[in-house]
Write a protein that binds this ligand. Structure first.
Ligand code: ADP
Ligand SMILES: O=P(O)(O)O[C@H]1O[C@H](CO)[C@@H](O[C@H]2O[C@H](CO)[C@@H](O)[C@H](O)[C@H]2O)[C@H](O)[C@H]1O
Length: 481
């Protein structure tokens, strides 16, 4: 990855230096900040593009900045570049009350001295400018806005920022489109654009087709920065729906079955349009090595995992043993971070899958590798478990029923029931639960007991076919919503 500092149409030298103390304090508080737990010690500019000049009623800057944070060096491992974030910074003399939540701070010196800077995505005017750039296929400095010419984008749609918890930031335009602005960006082909485009080409209507997108071309590398797609009106996500049914004491089996069918449709379309490969002994051993390594890293980071490590490891070893005996698996492009929150149901009852970015913490190359479809299935199975643990009422057997219905829906469309491969399923479910433990420890410590109860079950049962719910979770504490 290039560390080159590329200045585009910046007309404010010293801009980043003057924002530095404010950003150090503001950035780590953002939900989408990936480097939680380590202080930010400084920034370097990757690109700065002036979208509206300073000094007027509103100034607007598009910044790509690396946030430097101390890291413990790993002997022999290559040094990782600091994470690069996309920021849209506005400056005004003072913020109107409606923009108070967007405040970054008051600039003490430099080109914006005396001005108030803020996260401009909260402000309709900058959001309108972004949509107009997408609509017209604009080029501004290194920023290139592109669109699918066959789809119409109406101008003057009213924007509103989505305020729910997200790994990125999204703006809805008039309930017609949604623009996802990626926050932590890396150069290369981004699966959040690549896969929906491939699925649209394949005619798969389980995924909203990208209408427009934009990227930055810097030092020969392209960074995907945002994707505009049709907004599924009146949709509820699978997580909300599942919790709603749980609160009413209702089961969710019919929806879980429909979700299984939708997942299989997407998998089959991806397998038709993008390469599939066969994983033999060597590849599966590499896969297993990755799982074991993630377990070790996770156990370093979250001490509560340590007593379970031998049991968890045996789930991975069982997979390696099957591979050594000559068993092979097919791998293909998959969603990569599938859970109930990534599924939207429109009022007509159709399920859509969104957010093909993969697990945000993994390197892009890894996220784009063909993998067994069971990995997505395991993500959904974990999600039913999460929902059951988050319910206000006890729901014995709820997750079991959903998990079984989801697998049978999947089998109905694909002809293959994921439960017929229990060793692979358990290995992926274990890998996912370990990921979740780290994710929750970092982002939502109150939720840690949810994946920990799965860890308890998976470690105890390693090597035997997967049961569906933990028999004795280590903590009954329910997460705060
Ligand atoms: N096409 C869409 N139609 C309606 N809502 C959407 C659409 N895409 C995303 N959303 C909403 O935006 C939220 C965040 O989108 P997502 O792609 O998951 O972003 P992130 O990677 O930031 O989590 C989703 O949970 C969903 O509520
Ligand atoms: O925000 P993303 O969609 O990129 O995904 C991350 O955050 C998710 C939580 O918002 C996290 O999902 C975990 O919690 C969900 C309930 O909130 C649950 O349905 C999922 O099964 C569970 O993994 C996801 O892991 C993380 O990558």
């Amino acid at each position: 990855m290039s560390e080159a500092v590329t200045r585009t149409v910046t007309t404010s030298p010293g801009l980043l230096a003057s924002l530095d103390p404010l950003l150090r304090e503001w950035l780590p508080r953002q939900r989408w900040f990936a480097g939680k737990g380590r202080p930010v010690t400084g920034f370097s500019q990757v690109a700065a593009t002036e979208l509206l000049p300073p000094g007027g009623k509103l100034g607007l800057y598009h910044l790509l900045v690396r946030a430097h944070q101390p890291v413990t060096p790993v002997p022999g491992a290559p040094e990782q570049p600091a994470d690069c974030y996309q920021l849209l910074i506005g400056d005004r003399e003072a913020l109107p009350p409606r923009l108070a939540p967007a405040l970054i701070g008051h600039v003490a010196d430099g080109p914006l001295a005396g001005r108030t800077v803020y996260d401009a995505l909260y402000d309709p005017r900058p959001d309108e400018l972004l949509l107009e750039a997408l609509r017209t296929g604009a080029r501004v400095g290194a920023l290139r806005f592109e669109r699918d010419g066959s789809r119409r984008i109406r101008s003057a749609l009213v924007p509103r920022l989505v305020t729910s918890e997200q790994s990125n930031s999204s703006v809805v335009y008039g309930d017609t489109f949604i623009l996802k602005l990626l926050r932590r960006v890396v150069p290369g082909v981004n699966p959040d654009l690549e896969l929906p485009l491939a699925l649209a080409r394949e005619g798969c209507d389980r995924v909203p087709a990208p209408t427009a997108w934009f990227h930055a071309d810097l030092a020969g590398e392209s960074y995907v920065l945002g994707v505009l797609q049709p907004f599924v009106q009146g949709a509820a996500d699978g997580w909300e729906l599942a919790l709603r049914e749980l609160a009413k004491g209702e089961d969710f089996a019919a929806e879980a079955r429909a979700l299984g069918r939708a997942t299989a449709e997407v998998h089959m379309a991806l397998a038709r349009t993008l390469p599939t490969v066969t994983l033999g002994h060597t590849q599966v051993q590499q896969l297993v090595d990755g799982m074991v390594e993630r377990l070790e890293t996770a156990a370093q980071a979250v001490p509560a995992l340590r007593p379970y490590a031998p049991g968890l490891r045996s789930a991975f070893e069982a997979l390696a043993t099957l591979a050594a005996e000559g068993r092979t698996w097919t791998a293909q492009r998959i969603h990569g971070d599938l859970h109930l929150g990534q599924c939207l149901r429109s009022p007509g009852g159709q399920w859509w899958l969104i957010d093909f970015e993969g697990e945000p913490s993994k390197p892009l190359a890894e996220r784009r590798m063909p993998q067994p479809v069971v990995r997505d299935v395991a993500g959904m199975l974990r999600s039913f478990d999460y929902a059951a643990h988050s319910a206000d009422l006890p729901a014995p057997g709820w997750a079991d029923t959903c998990r079984a219905a989801y697998c049978s829906g999947y089998a109905q469309v694909s002809g293959v029931d994921p439960r017929t491969d229990p060793v692979l399923l358990r290995a992926y479910e274990t890998d996912k639960a370990i990921y979740e433990v780290v994710y929750e420890a970092r982002h939502r410590p109150d939720w840690l007991p949810v994946p920990m109860s799965a860890i308890h079950r998976l470690a105890a049962d390693a090597g035997t076919p997967a049961p569906s719910t933990p028999s004795s979770p280590p903590s009954p504490r329910r997460p705060r919503p």
